[in-house]
Design a binder for this molecule. Sequence first.
Ligand SMILES: [Zn+2]
Length: 370
Amino acid sequence: MFKGVFVDDADEAYAGVMSTPGELEFEFLKVCPLTAQALAIRERSPDVVALDYRLDEVDAGIEAGHTYKGSGLAQLLRDVAISNPAGDFSLVLVSNETKLKAAYDPDKTAHDLFDKVYSKEEVNENRDLVRKELNALARAYETLRKMDGKFDISTILASNDLDTQQLDSQELRRSFESAAAPHLIVRQLLRNMIERPAILIDDHWACAMLGINPEDFHLIAPVLQDEGVAYTGLLGDGWRRWWSGRLEDFSERIFEDRLSGLTSAERATKLSHALGKVIRPNASPWNDSVDEYPVFSCASCGRPAELRHSLAAYDPRAPRYATRRRICWDCIQKDTYKHLNSPLEVDETDEDLIGDVQGMERAVPKVAYD
Ligand SMILES: [Zn+2]
């Protein structure tokens, strides 16, 4: 069984909410002075440690001037992990939403210290999902600790010969080979491969490639599983992902063409024939048309969208091997991309187009696909 530690001033109940009995169980630790806290955590040899951000607001018998934030404690624990990678563990931030927005967001350096950031509201509302992710993190660290510092990218990602070409990026290979501790592999994998579509893609992006209505994805997901398109490497048990190269290979066999050369309607028709069930095409978020050529999923709303009805998002942290994020015109016109938990901005290359899109008349929706 995996061991979790939850450090907070109050809210002891969250230790139970995050636990999966028999699999990963969290122990609650009250806030105490920094060095003693770090020691108390490490003595327990945890697999996952969850911290609140504002540990400094607590009156926990800590002398004035000796208080610290969750990020201060996290930094200390991460430094120790670099010199002792065999004892490395997952660090996640769990704080309430207003504290996260007020205190954590501007502190960008803290982002890299934690594998995941959860609001307490999110932990409450999506218990199963959060537990699944925490369990996956615990398993990932166990696997990585056993690798004894030799982080082989193909083993970690469970890649096959077909994927080799996609993984042949100097930046990507080096980030795995030069990692000094498990948390650096997890950060690379989560930030650049799981949370960012490129080599691995999520369900929405897969729908964009297949040109299908996301509501019908459940009809094709089992087929993709059988065809070996699913990502089964590290953290794949916490976040469902697909290999984009394998999906392209699969779709080209069915479409007998490059997918970018077919409209949603054409792709959905071919898929429906091949699978013997009706799969509805994607309707463009901009004009509702099934005759567009979707190739990506909008970074704001997640719907499959086409290049000509989208703008580039400001994406300074994108590695060279990743696809740049884009925002669909519907989200631009409705301004929704500015009001996400992690708000997006339009890239300056497309900035002068925002006004045009916002003032544009919407096309009359075409008649639904039959
Ligand atoms: Zn959108």
